[in-house]
Design a binder for this molecule. Structure first.
Ligand code: HAM
Length: 420
């Protein structure tokens, strides 16, 4: 019979790995809470048009990477490739602005992009991220970057590089587009095919090309940050001061333009040399015009998202993965039918009382049961055989110090309270 395999570019998070995921997710949630961000969960699929309009038709993500399908009613739906557009859709649809004015949201979510799978690049991956909606001040740009770096600090990642840039506003960009195009025009036939296409659709993206030849050509291109209008320039200067105030070391990367069209003013990426060619662990920026593009009121906003799988890769490479220990408190080892029946009632009561506990279900030899208790790092083993049933006493072994106790059936609660 044919066996099924998972889809290329997807991963199973196995039981022995999920403890690690939960621990890191918990650190993220606690940090988000300390910064006063609240969780928003959106559906896994949305109308395709949301992403086409929100992220931009000409972006690689929309043009090449989305999982788009027609449902039975012939509606075009897309598995979400990122969270900023769905979050904004939910913000507008649910009137969150009216309910709370300035709104701070976070998410931890699976996402889907049909990219070429390789280390750190998956087709289903997970992001955690935060979005702050309703303020255009530089303070909140700085807060978002501080939040991302604080999460990385708490989970133990080191040696990250923070790169920032400003992509200006439409006015700055329009003026710069003309300057950039006149630089590119005479060199265009030396650029890659993709860049040649981008020349008309989105010449700024040419600066983001990863091809070596294009990168060399780009070295002498005029830079947008040298052509910002006064408002954008002041905003960028303030972000830099605030980051420095808070001890964030950053590099200004004038070529950082990001792959999504919604950005205005601040953009940033956090990279790790541990990640090889897919070196971004986190990316984000300001997107002051997205709300209007999606039919909402003007709402300045800024946010970041980081890849969970990439975070785990960096932690592993830096040997900083937190140790996850099985911490079973009690293992019951029944010997014989009568004891087995009594075991289930005892086990249920222990669990109702909040003890992490389990038992042997197959009446294996005592030796095999003790081995299982050891494998699960049980602190106590309750042995229950015919003798114990006769005397109405449990035989309890402390697996840490080897001590044994006989405890009457009706004194078990008191004993466990004292011991655990
Ligand atoms: P992004 O740069 O597309 O930005 O993704 C953010 C992070 O998600 C990346 O830095 C990377 O760690 C992870 N990531 C992206 N694609 C993959 C993949 N195929 N496999 C594994 N990890 C991946 C955004 O998504 C924006 N929505 C960020 C944002 C939030 N901007 C403003 N607010």
């Amino acid at each position: 019979m044919q066996k099924f395999k998972r889809i290329r570019g997807t991963q199973d998070i196995l039981p022995e790995q999920s403890g690690l995921w939960q621990k890191i997710e918990q650190s993220i949630r606690t940090c988000m809470d300390h910064f006063n961000y609240m969780e928003l969960r959106t559906p896994v699929f949305e109308q395709t048009e949301l992403f086409a309009r929100g992220i931009g038709e000409a972006t690689d993500m929309v043009a090449k990477e989305m999982y788009t399908f027609l449902d039975r009613g012939q509606k075009s739906l897309t598995l979400k490739p990122e969270m900023t557009a769905p979050m904004m859709r939910a913000y507008i649809e649910n009137n969150l602005a009216v309910k709370s004015g300035f709104t701070k949201i976070y998410y931890i979510s699976p996402l889907f992009r049909q990219e070429n799978p390789q280390a750190g690049r998956l087709r289903q991956f997970h992001q955690f991220g935060a979005e702050a909606l309703g303020s255009g001040t530089a303070d909140i740009d700085a807060e978002i970057i501080l939040l991302a770096t604080e999460i990385f600090r708490r989970v133990g990642v080191t040696d990250l590089k923070v790169m920032i840039n400003s992509v200006g506003d439409p006015e700055s960009r329009e003026a710069y587009r003309t300057i950039l195009k006149s630089y590119l025009n005479p060199l265009l036939n030396q650029y890659c095919e993709n860049c040649q296409k981008r020349f008309e659709t989105n010449p700024l993206r040419i600066l983001d090309c990863k091809e070596r030849n294009c990168r060399n050509l780009n070295r002498h291109a005029p830079k947008l940050i040298d052509h910002l209008n006064p408002g954008c320039q002041t905003h960028f200067d303030q972000v830099k001061v605030l980051l420095a105030d808070n001890g964030i070391k950053y590099e200004i990367n004038p070529y950082l333009v990001r792959g999504l069209d919604y950005y205005t003013r601040t953009v940033f990426e956090i990279t790790s040399q541990e990640l090889g060619s897919q070196d971004a662990i986190c990316g984000g920026g300001r997107y002051d015009l997205l709300a209007e593009q999606l039919g909402g009121e003007p709402t300045p906003a800024v946010g970041f998202a980081a890849g969970m799988e990439r975070l785990l890769m960096v932690l592993e490479a830096q040997k900083k993965l937190p140790e996850i220990k099985e911490n079973l408190q009690i293992f019951i080892a029944p010997m014989g039918e009568r004891a087995s029946r009594q075991s289930l009632s005892l086990l249920h009561r222990l669990r109702q009382n909040g003890y992490k506990s389990d038992r042997d279900y197959s009446l294996r030899s005592l030796k095999a049961q003790m081995r299982e208790a050891n494998r699960q790092h049980a602190k106590l083993v309750i042995l229950l055989g015919d003798n114990e049933m006769e005397n109405r006493q449990y035989l309890i072994k402390d697996m840490v110090n080897g001590q044994q106790f006989s405890v009457p059936f009706d004194a078990i609660d008191e004993f466990l309270q004292k011991t655990l």
